[in-house]
Design a binder for this molecule. Structure first.
Ligand SMILES: Cc1cc2nc3c(=O)[nH]c(=O)nc-3n(C[C@H](O)[C@H](O)[C@H](O)COP(=O)(O)OP(=O)(O)OC[C@H]3O[C@@H](n4cnc5c(N)ncnc54)[C@H](O)[C@@H]3O)c2cc1C
Ligand code: SF4
Length: 461
C-alpha cells in the first residue's frame, strides 16, 4: 500500500526517435509482467477512487490493479473486459492525463498510477495467455441494426451480442473500425488490434456488411423494417472550414482525407497518390490531436519540413500534451501565436504560402480563457507546398434522419434521451460523435454500452 513512496511512476518505454519516425509502428512498448505488477502495487486502493469516477466507462481500475499486483492476470482480464468493450484500445488512445490518471490521488507530486498502460498490458497479455471475452451465441429471436462500425457501433454490438441479441452492422467503408481504422494513425494504434476485436465480434455472431452506406446502397427504411431496433453511430467527420481565401486550392487538403489516404497506403491498398508528400514543405493549420496526427504522419512520409500553425501557445492547445510532446520530439516545427489570414496562391492557383498575423493573449473572456488579439502590421508568410486544414469536425446529417423523425440540434448533433440513448423516434438509438460532436473513443464506447443496455431492456422485457 505504501509502495508509491519507494517505486516511481514508470512510463512505458518509447521507441527511439530515429527509429520510430522511419515507420508507422506503435511508439510505446507494452509493460512486461514485472513492471505492470510493480506499477500496480503503487495503487493505494482509495476508499473513494477518483480515477474510476473520472473514467467515462467507470472501469474497475483499483480492482484490476490489485489483481495485477497479485499477478492474477485472468481475474484482471475479466474485470477489465466487463465494463469496457475494448480496454486495450482505450489503454492506448485515451487522454489519460485528462481522465483517470489526471484524477488519481497520487497525481499530487508522487506521480499518478500508469493506469492506461497497465490496462493495455492486461488485455494484451490476457489474449496471449488464451483468455477471450465470452459471447453466448445468438440466443434471442431479435435483431438490431447498427449503422457505423466506429467505437460507438463496435461497443453497442459487443454488449448486444453478450446479451444473445443478433446484430447486423452496416459500414460504408471497406473496413470496420471507423476512426480507429481510418483516422487514428498506426503509430498510436496498430490496426491489427482493431481487426482482432472485429474478428471476435464476428465469431460471436456479428453480421458485418461492409461497403454499404445506409441512405445510398440500402435505404434507412429497408434496414429499419428488417430489424427490431436500430443504433446510429455515424460519427462526426464533416471538416470545419476556416473560410480563408485560397482554401479551395487543389493542394489544400482536409486532415481526414490525408489520414485516410495514408491509412489505406499502410494497408497496402489503393490510395490517392496525390497524398505522397515526400520532400515537400507541409503546413498544418490547427493545434488539436488530429493536427498532431497529420504532422507526425507527414514526418514519417518523408516530408522536407512539417510546420504547425496555431493561433495561441502550446499551453492553450486543445489536444493532449503527450501527443504535442511526441510531435516535438519527432521534429515537427511549431509556429505559435500565428493566426492564418489567407492561403497565398501562385498564377496557376496553387497554394504556395500561408499568410499569418501574429497574435497575443489579452484579457480573459467569460469562460476564463484569455482572448486572442491580433497584432496589427505583424503579418508574415510561411511557405508551403501543401496545406492541411485541421480545424475540427461537425456531425454528418444525412437526410434519412429528418425523414424518419430523428431530430438534430442547432449544430447537427442527434438529440437523444441521455438516460436511454433513444432518439426522438422510438426504437432508434444513437451515440458517439454523431450525438456529442467530435469527442473521444472512450465516450463513444460508453454511449454504445449504455444504448445496448436500453435496447436489451426494451427487447427482452
Ligand atoms: C485523426 C483523429 C485522431 C483521433 N485520435 C483520438 C485519440 O487518440 N483518442 C481518442 O480518444 N479519440 C481520438 N479521436 C476521436 C475518436 O476517434 C472519435 O471520437 C471516435 O472514433 C468516435 O466514434 P464513433 O463511433 O462515434 O464515430 P466514427 O469513429 O467516426 O465511426 C463512424 C462510422 O460510421 C460510418 N458511417 C457514417 N455514415 C454511414 C452510413 N450512412 N452508412 C454506413 N456507415 C456509415 C463511417 O464510415 C465510420 O466508420 C481522433 C479522431 C480523429 C479524427
Ligand atoms: S478507459 Fe480511458 S479513462 Fe477509463 S481507465 Fe482506461 S484509460 Fe483511463
Amino acid at each position: 500500500m505504501r509502495e508509491y513512496l519507494t517505486t516511481e511512476r514508470l512510463e512505458p518505454t518509447k521507441r527511439l526517435i530515429v527509429e520510430r519516425t522511419k515507420d508507422f509502428g506503435e511508439i510505446y512498448e507494452i509493460f512486461n509482467r514485472d513492471d505492470a505488477a510493480a506499477q500496480s502495487e503503487r495503487c493505494i486502493q482509495c476508499g473513494d477512487p477518483f480515477c474510476l469516477n473520472k473514467c467515462p466507462l467507470h472501469n474497475y481500475i483499483p480492482q484490476w490493479l490489485k489483481a495485477i499486483s497479485e499477478k492474477d492476470l485472468e481475474f484482471a482480464f475479466k474485470l477489465s473486459n466487463e465494463p469496457s468493450p475494448f480496454p486495450e484500445v482505450m489503454g492506448r488512445v485515451c487522454p489519460h492525463d485528462r481522465l483517470c490518471e489526471g484524477d488519481c490521488t497520487l497525481n499530487d507530486g508522487h506521480g499518478a498510477i500508469t493506469i492506461g498502460s497497465v490496462e493495455t498490458h492486461i488485455t494484451e497479455e490476457g489474449f496471449k495467455a488464451g483468455f477471450k471475452p465470452e459471447f453466448p451465441g445468438i440466443t434471442v429471436n431479435k435483431k438490431v441494426a447498427v449503422i457505423g462500425s466506429g467505437p460507438a457501433g463496435l461497443s453497442v454490438a459487443t454488449y448486444l451480442l453478450r446479451s444473445g441479441i443478433g446484430v447486423t452492422m452496416y459500414e460504408s467503408s471497406d473496413r470496420a473500425g471507423g476512426l480507429l481504422t481510418y483516422g487514428i494513425p498506426n503509430f498510436k494504434l496498430d490496426k491489427k488490434i482493431v481487426e482482432r476485436r472485429v474478428k471476435l465480434l464476428e465469431d460471436g455472431g456479428l453480421e458485418l456488411v461492409l461497403n454499404c452506406k445506409v441512405g445510398e446502397n440500402i435505404s434507412f427504411e429497408e434496414v429499419a423494417d428488417s430489424h427490431d431496433a436500430m443504433f446510429i453511430g455515424i460519427g462526426a467527420t464533416k471538416p470545419k472550414s476556416a473560410g480563408l481565401a485560397g482554401e479551395q486550392a487543389a493542394n489544400v487538403y482536409d486532415a481526414m482525407d490525408y489520414l485516410t489516404a495514408i491509412g489505406k497506403k499502410n494497408f497496402k491498398t489503393d490510395y490517392d497518390k496525390k497524398f505522397d508528400f515526400k520532400d515537400l514543405n507541409i503546413v498544418v493549420i490547427g493545434g488539436g490531436d488530429t493536427a498532431m496526427d497529420c504532422l507526425r504522419t507527414a514526418k514519417r512520409e518523408g516530408a522536407r519540413s512539417v510546420t504547425c500553425l496555431y493561433r495561441r501557445d502550446a499551453y492553450n492547445m486543445p489536444g493532449s500534451k503527450k501527443e504535442y510532446k511526441n510531435a516535438m520530439e519527432e521534429g515537427v516545427d511549431f509556429t505559435f501565436f500565428a493566426s492564418p489570414k489567407e492561403i497565398v496562391l501562385d498564377e496557376s492557383g496553387s497554394a504556395i504560402a500561408v499568410e499569418v498575423v501574429k497574435t497575443t493573449l489579452g484579457a480573459k473572456d467569460k469562460s476564463g480563457r484569455q482572448r486572442m488579439e491580433e497584432i496589427k502590421g505583424s503579418e508574415f508568410r510561411v511557405n508551403a507546398d501543401v496545406v492541411i486544414m485541421s480545424l475540427g469536425f461537425d456531425p454528418l446529417v444525412p437526410s434519412f434522419l429528418a425523414e424518419n423523425g430523428i431530430e438534430t440540434n442547432s449544430w447537427g448533433g442527434i438529440i437523444i434521451d441521455e438516460e436511454s440513448h433513444e432518439t426522438t423516434t422510438a426504437g432508434i438509438y444513437a451515440g458517439g460523435d454523431c450525438y456529442r460532436g467530435a469527442d473521444l473513443v472512450v465516450t463513444a464506447a460508453y454511449d454504445g454500452r449504455e444504448a445496448a443496455r436500453s435496447i436489451a431492456n426494451s427487447l427482452l422485457k
